[in-house]
Design a binder for this molecule. Structure first.
Ligand code: UD2
Ligand code: MN
Length: 284
């Protein structure tokens, strides 16, 4: 038994590091209209276990947790999983997928779900990198690397919904990547954004207030599609967020990861993702 361990360790040590830029990446065709079942996606991704995968031929440079805030978007989740498992594998990522689901019938709070994903994934593994993605955005080019950088990275800067342009310079929604240190530095996101909008702009202000810059991939490789949808019933915009956004720097140290309360009601390990269902309360 001891010798086995030793030899497998040696084998592991002999694996080279994966290259910084994985080989042979390029554009891909995607259709957001595809009809797939969980069973068919599982059968095409048998190497994925509890939502996790890592390359066998090299040692990945980062351990990545992908966090998806979620409620009642099953069709979108299927499309996302169908495209993204092969995509992340082509990129030689060492990754796990977490779906953080808010329990029904309360106002949606995307930011809080993202904070919870960070905390809960961190209990499973020492992840280096956290990529927060909407369930409805699929990149169209494998060169858009799902990796963390020296600065927090905004990866959805060329979405079809906005004609592949950045609608405004401080947009920070859709997909963002933070190293563990970067996310801790901004104390995560505000927990105070109930309903649609503003939480991403507030996060942008936190990053700036913490003295960091934002990176974006080149627009030519960042093209992505958002699956068409209407505004969800439990996610109406409140219109009250401007004040909160502008005061991000003042609140950053007291509103975020260190003021986060929630109850996990269920944790399910599916083949393609871990699902964490949480009660997060309601706006006062
Ligand atoms: C924009 C941003 C998004 C977020 C949002 C405002 C881009 C490309 N996207 O998206 O990141 O800042 O504005 O909050 O900039 N969700 C559910 N169930 C719900 C409601 C939301 O699963 O009932 C999740 C899901 O992952 C969804 C995400 O929250 O993709 C954002 O909600 P949205 O898609 O309705 O918002 P959208 O498209 O305006
Ligand atoms: Mn959307």
């Amino acid at each position: 038994r001891n010798t086995e361990n030793v030899s497998s360790n040696i084998l592991k040590d002999e694996l080279p590091m994966c290259p910084e830029v994985p080989p042979n990446l390029g554009p891909m065709d995607i259709s957001t209209q595809i009809k797939v079942t969980f069973e068919s996606i599982i059968s095409e991704n048998l190497n994925v276990k509890s939502g996790c995968w890592k390359p066998q031929s090299c040692v990945a440079q980062q351990k990545i947790a992908i966090i998806i805030p979620f409620r009642d978007r099953e069709q979108h989740l299927k499309v996302w999983l169908y495209y993204m498992h092969p995509f992340l594998q082509e990129q030689q990522g060492n990754y796990c997928v977490y779906v953080v689901e808010q329990t029904q019938n309360t106002t949606f709070n995307r930011a809080k779900l993202m904070n919870i994903g960070f905390m809960e994934a961190g209990k499973d593994n020492d992840f280096d990198c956290f990529i927060f993605s909407d369930v409805d955005i699929i990149p169209m080019d494998r060169r858009n690397l799902y990796r963390c950088s020296k600065n927090p990275k905004h990866m959805a800067n060329s979405v079809d919904k906005f004609n592949f342009q950045l609608p405004y310079n401080t947009l920070f929604g859709g997909i963002v990547a933070f190293s563990k240190q970067q996310f801790l530095k901004v104390n995560g996101l505000s927990n105070m954004f109930w309903g649609w909008g503003g939480e991403d702009d507030e996060l942008y202000n936190r990053v700036v207030a913490a003295g960091m810059k934002i990176e974006r991939p080149a627009q030519s490789i960042a093209k992505s599609k958002m699956i068409f949808h209407l505004r969800d019933p439990g996610n109406k915009g409140t219109g009250k967020s401007f004040h909160l956004i502008s005061k991000a720097a003042n609140r950053m140290s007291i509103d975020g990861l260190n003021s986060l309360f929630y109850n996990i009601t269920e944790r399910e390990e599916h083949m393609l993702f871990t699902k964490i269902t949480v009660q997060i309360g309601t706006p006062e």
